[in-house]
Design a protein around this ligand. Structure first.
Ligand code: NAG
Ligand code: NAG
Ligand code: NAG
Ligand code: NAG
Length: 518
């Protein structure tokens, strides 16, 4: 804020909240990516509309990126035939409170970031975390290595069978890559960034198969050691000035039990997990200086939640007192109805659900790991985020915040796509549609926003406009809507007012207006 004022004083042509447009590069003849380098990067600011007015931001398959426009709320005209779809906003019916949006700072993400020049690095940080960017307020950070590292590793690998973890120390990857990126994000962000930390695999000596991958379980003699392993990580990160907000109880525990993933895993049955939480992890954390840490369970596909959570709590009901939230991943969503989330929520209303990992291009049958400029992949994010938010999810996190143009590096050859691709040779990075998809939510729905009710009214054969609406702590209404069909006109009805918005085909619009229409 101070800086932008300062810059304004010295620049001749200084418009208030002037946004820097996307430097579009056309790829595959009909898609675009926005190119950032050491001297140029597109930016986006939020205008708070005055009473009676609204502001919209639109991105589209056709090439719009956060295209801003303004309008006035008219009196609601019941007889008007303006629109094939009406979204009726009910600010008095409130649902979950939003925690935030973000992505993962893996070793690979942070190494790609570090491969850019310092000025380009800063543009990448600002793009994600700054007031001129999409204002992420959450980061997921791995505890040790993942598939998105250049080699498999964990902390305290030697000495082996070291139950007291006498040699626990952070690694080169923490000091050189992840921690510097996270600290830059802290500087850029105007709201506190909440970090979620997750272990993929502990050192092999704690595991039944003595390896990073494959079918494995924690050896029972190391249950307390694995709890202490988390405690020590929290301590080390706190020492370097990076407080952790939450941990999950191991990444994708089911896949580790079945051996389906060819990268760092640890398998857990639901029952063993319940035992570990209630006898080791829970007491260790709640009796420590980190007693307010959030403990998130599952951290796995939506499809396993009912099975996993019910068995865990049936066999170890004491675990419940330690659990703050349930973390869900994206990859089975296309076969699993979101109603599962609402069911879990109904049975355990005090436990929140948060989406902790998503990426495109991860399936074996997908020919393209990176699909440069794909609108469809951005659209997949939008669809999933709207669905999750409408089923009481409190936040949504992407996987690697950036990768190289091959979707790596990854020691396990598990290349995938990312919203930002880095080209170290040219000192450039490319913002894909997935970046703008995330931004249409993360930028405009601050922490503390409450989801509110929307009722859609439309002609019978008209395709729905996907939508979700919020009341923000700034007393504004934010509605995010996606039109997957042809151009159509959508009416937003709020109290006795309306905004009539033309949506081009395959476009996403975020609209903001004050919570008092008059
Ligand atoms: C950076 O991008 C801008 C806009 O596309 C371009 O004008 C400029 O020449 C580029 N600078 C460098 C150093 O490549
Ligand atoms: C309401 O809409 C109808 C049909 O579009 C139009 O004829 C009428 O003038 C409008 N009334 C007002 C008060 O704007
Ligand atoms: C402690 O770990 C480091 C690697 O982080 C290793 O070089 C060293 O030998 C280990 N010390 C012992 C006593 O095993
Ligand atoms: C803290 O530790 C004490 C002693 O080991 C134990 O009795 C107590 O149950 C623990 N408290 C929590 C909240 O787990």
């Amino acid at each position: 804020m101070k800086y932008s004022l300062l810059i304004c004083v010295f620049l001749v042509s200084c418009a208030v909240n002037a946004d820097i447009p996307c430097a579009a590069r056309v790829v595959k003849s009909n898609f675009i990516v926005c190119v950032c380098n050491s001297t140029y990067c597109d930016s986006i600011t939020v205008d708070k509309p005055d009473s009676g007015n609204y502001v919209t931001y639109t991105s589209s398959e056709g090439g719009l990126r956060f295209e801003k426009s303004q309008g006035t709320l008219d009196n609601y005209n019941h007889s008007s035939t303006c629109c094939s779809v009406t979204l009726d906003i009910d600010v008095n019916t409130k649902y979950q409170t939003i925690e935030g949006f973000g992505g993962a700072v893996t070793d690979s993400a942070a190494m790609n970031w570090k491969s850019l020049s310092e000025t380009t690095q800063q543009f990448l940080i600002d793009s994600y975390f700054g007031a001129s960017g999409i204002e992420y307020n959450m980061i997921r950070v791995p505890i040790g290595g993942t598939d998105f590292s250049t080699h498999p590793y964990a902390y305290n690998e030697i000495p082996e069978n070291d139950a007291k973890l006498s040699n626990f120390s952070l690694t080169f990857e923490d000091y050189e890559f992840k921690i510097p990126l996270i600290k830059k994000a802290f500087e850029a962000s105007k709201s506190p960034i909440h970090l979620i930390a997750t272990t993929w695999s502990p050192p092999p000596w704690m595991k039944t198969n003595r390896a990073y991958t494959g079918v494995s379980h924690l050896k029972t003699e190391f249950y307390q050691t694995y709890a202490d392993y988390h405690y020590k990580f929290l301590e080390k990160y706190a020492e370097v000035g990076v407080p952790i907000w939450a941990i999950t109880t191991t990444n994708e525990p089911i896949s580790g039990a079945l051996g389906v993933n060819a990268f760092n895993t640890l398998g857990w049955t639901a029952s063993a997990m319940g035992k570990w939480i209630s006898e080791n992890l829970g007491p260790t954390i709640r009796n420590s200086t980190f007693k307010n840490l959030k403990i998130l369970v599952a951290d796995d596909q939506r499809i396993v939640l009912p099975y996993y959570f019910n068995i865990m709590l049936n066999e170890h009901p004491n675990a419940l007192q330690y659990i703050d939230g349930i973390a869900v991943h994206y990859y089975s969503d296309f076969i699993t109805p979101a109603i599962i989330l609402t069911e879990v929520n109904k049975n355990y209303p005090h436990i929140f659900i948060i989406a902790t990992e998503a990426c495109e291009g991860s399936f074996k049958w997908e020919r393209e790991r990176v699909s440069f400029g794909s609108w469809q992949r951005g659209r997949n994010y939008i669809n999933d985020i709207i669905e999750d938010l409408n089923h009481n999810v409190v936040g949504w996190m992407d996987w690697n915040i950036c990768l190289n143009q091959q979707g790596g590096p990854t020691w396990a050859e598990n290349n995938v796509d990312s919203p930002i691709l880095v080209n170290a040779v040219k000192d450039e990075f490319y913002k894909q549609p997935m970046f703008y998809a995330m931004g249409h939510f993360s930028k405009f729905i601050p922490r503390g926003s409450r989801r509110i009710k929307v009722t859609e009214k439309k002609f019978v054969f008209e395709k729905s406009v996907e939508n979700v609406a919020f009341l923000t702590p700034y007393n504004t209404i934010v509605v995010v809507m996606y039109n997957d069909g042809y151009e159509k006109t959508v009416r937003i009805k709020f109290q006795d007012k309306q905004a009539v918005i033309k949506m081009t085909k395959k476009s996403i619009t975020t609209i903001i207006f004050p919570n008092s229409a008059n």
